[in-house]
Design a protein around this ligand. Sequence first.
Ligand code: ADP
Length: 517
Amino acid sequence: MRPRLIVALLALILVTVLGFAWQANRTVEAYNETAAGVLRDYAGLAADEFARRSMAQIGYYGYFTEINRLREALNSGSGLRSGNADRNSPVDVAFSVTQGDPPTITFSDNTVPSAVQNYVLTELRARTSTALPEFGVVIDHAVIDGLQMTFAFSWVDAAAGFFGFVVNRDWISTALQTAFAEKNLLPASLADGAVSNDLLYVRMLDRSGGILFQNDTNYDVNGLVEKTLGGDYGGVVQGFRVAVAIDPVLGRSLIIGGLPQSRLPALIAIIVLATVLLIAAIWQLQRELNVMRMRSNFVAEVSHELRTPLTQIRMFAESLLYERLPNAADKQRALSIINRESQRLINLVENILRFSSSSQAEHQASPSAENLGLIIQSVVDEFQVLAEANGSSIETSIAEDVITDVDADAVRQILLNLLDNAVKYGPPGQTITVTLEKKRIGLASISIADEGPGIPPSERGRIWESYYRLERERHSAIAGTGIGLAVVADLARMLNGTLRIDDNAGTGARFSLELPL
Ligand code: ADP
């Protein structure tokens, strides 16, 4: 139950982190939206200002002035004048119409297409009336023969006739350029006067979407605010579309604190980190649980391993005590079993003691000059009884006079554990080979080889861990606690020795301990 609770808590923490990241991202998004809204408002402001100035340039300084000039020219009898081909005059072609049946039309230029002439005579004439409109000028936008055209016209007495001109479209662009260049579109009070027109993108389209004006920018235009203009100022720009965007650089100074950067990569990094930590925690928990499980198995295994020799000792001791074994050979056998089993008990207890103290403190070796061959021989002699019980025989090949400073007890314990495993996991009747050789100058190698199933190479690293037993042992009858090799590894470290596992002639295992001399 506990581990599940811990996993649940960890998962909850992850969910909290996710929620937190989501919230943080939302906040940034909301801030971004506000910031973008502010920029749009400013762009709208600039668009309105540009529209207002455009109307003044085109209407007041352009069409209205020109109509007055035309009126005076007609009054003084100096006749109609076309505008020059350049962009200086709003007049493309001037015209005057005298009412009558039929009316007569005069153009300042005789290349005017008949469709335009007809338009003036029918459409424009129909729009004359007794009252002059505001500003004294009528503006008419039309598409004739697929071309966008604008007419400005007026009259003194509509019953007598009217006059006006076809607008020079190139001049509109000139007027818009003037309107733009006049002064900054956004007020100087914004961002301490830093808002020059260079930081704006401004565009004006005519009614059919043709570009009349746009300024050069050196940034990617987005967040364009577009407005369609209405009929103010006599309708001089009616149906035109103005669009404005603000350079993001300016956006930064217009908005207090600047445009926020996206925090998404950082948030994703945090989430990934939290997930990795969660996985690591669960993995660690899993390992801890495994150790706990192995520890409880260990207690059961130890009890079992203790009970088997104790039962044997007790059984044979009782037999001797109550004289149930009349024959001398049987008595001898009982005694040797008691001897063997008590030795096994001593080994086991020795291992457990080593093991429990090794997990608490580092062992200190107490080295003295020893003859390794003698130590090995005495261990083998001592162990012979246990080997024989399994039908194993031990062969030795011991180099003489290998003398080194070493902790004899530690070497003994290592040998006993390795021999015990060789007997335990090897088949009955096998030959166990114990070797001592001088490898090269300054290095001795003790090895114990058996004819058992060996250790798969993939397991050779883990086999030294506490409580670790090979998977195959789970289903086998061979009892074990999984601490024997852990003690070996600990003692070898204490002796500054190196442990190796190799194959022994294809099948068995060969454990070697290399010791510095
Ligand atoms: P135990 O023998 O009590 O299980 P050890 O730490 O001595 O614990 O050994 C760990 C495991 O290594 C054993 O369970 C066994 O699977 C494997 N092992 C050890 N020595 C040998 C060997 N000589 N031959 C085959 N397998 C071995």
